[in-house]
Every structure is written in structure tokens, then in C-alpha cells.
Design a protein around this ligand. Structure first.
Ligand code: SF4
Ligand code: SF4
Length: 151
């Protein structure tokens, strides 16, 4: 099973997780998205850290009709959802509408992906998104978040 099978649930939800400041990516990930033929909607923040050029509404520019238009090549930070991480050491399972349909295997897969996120992406995200923190936190609180320990 892949999260993709549940795209109808995400469409009904309206892509809520993609309305919290978009996503960040490494240079390699951005290049992969461009090479796959998608438009570059990232802005460079630092040498190996890019963020989707979201607007005042905090919505990722790749969200189209409540679906991700770059789904097959979306960045690692998106692939690990519903695991949300504030940094490399603090992780939560987000109980969004999709989570209840995920198997243990699916969650384990997302945890494994979360463990692969480069530390400098978290540092970069914290620095750049700081001015938006209160609005992002407000949106995050829509769903219950359960702290989990990753090994
Ligand atoms: S918050 Fe959950 S249900 Fe909603 S779009 Fe994101 S993954 Fe899908
Ligand atoms: S890249 Fe796709 S999955 Fe990631 S935040 Fe944007 S629309 Fe959502």
C-alpha cells in the first residue's frame, strides 16, 4: 500500500498538510523535480536548502486541486508525512484524516524516511520559517499530534 492509494481522502481534506508553509528540499531534490519536467517553484535560501515559493496564504505552489502536482518526486519532508519533525530529534505522528487508514508498515516506512532527513534542512527550515511560526502552529493544531521516539 502506498499513501497514494488514499488520494481521495487527501482531496476531501483539501491538502491541509500542504498549507503550512510548503516544503523544503535539497539541491539534488530540486534538480530531480526539474529533470522530471516540472516547473521550478523553489527559492534558494542557502547553499543546499530550497523552499517552495509559498504566498501569504502559506499554501505550497505545487498544490493543485487539493493534490500534489509533483507527487512522484516530492521532497523527503513531504514523503515522511504524517511524521512531523520540529528538528532531527523531536518527532510526532500527526493524526490527520489519512493516518487511521495507514498500516504499521506504512508508518514504519514514513519513520524510516524521517530518519534520513539531513539535519541542515531542519536548521534551515527553523531559521526561514520563524516569522511564520505562530500561523503554522495554529494550522498544525487542527490535528492531534502524538510524540514518538525514533531509534
Ligand atoms: S493532512 Fe492528511 S489527509 Fe490531509 S492532505 Fe495531508 S496527508 Fe492527506
Ligand atoms: S511539494 Fe507536494 S506534498 Fe509537498 S507540500 Fe507541496 S504540494 Fe504538498
Amino acid at each position: 500500500m502506498t499513501v497514494h492509494n488514499y488520494s481521495n481522502i487527501c482531496k476531501e481534506c483539501g491538502g491541509y498538510c500542504c498549507k503550512q508553509g510548503g516544503s523544503l528540499a535539497t539541491k539534488l531534490e530540486v534538480n530531480r523535480i526539474i529533470e522530471a519536467g516540472y516547473p521550478n517553484k523553489f527559492i534558494e535560501i542557502s547553499e543546499n536548502c530550497y523552499i517552495t515559493d509559498f504566498g501569504e496564504d502559506l499554501v505550497c505552489p505545487y498544490l493543485k486541486e487539493s493534490a500534489c502536482e509533483i507527487y512522484p518526486v516530492r521532497p523527503i519532508l513531504c514523503r515522511k508525512y504524517p511524521i512531523f519533525s520540529t528538528n532531527g530529534e523531536e518527532h510526532y505522528l500527526v493524526h490527520c484524516p489519512l493516518t487511521q487508514y495507514l498500516s504499521e508498515e506504512d508508518i514504519t516506512q514514513c519513520i524510516e524516511i524521517a530518519l534520513e532527513v539531513p539535519d541542515d534542512l531542519f536548521t534551515c527550515a527553523q531559521r526561514f520559517l520563524a516569522p511564520f511560526d505562530s500561523r503554522i502552529d495554529e494550522r498544525m493544531r487542527k490535528f492531534k499530534m502524538e510524540r514518538i521516539e525514533l531509534e
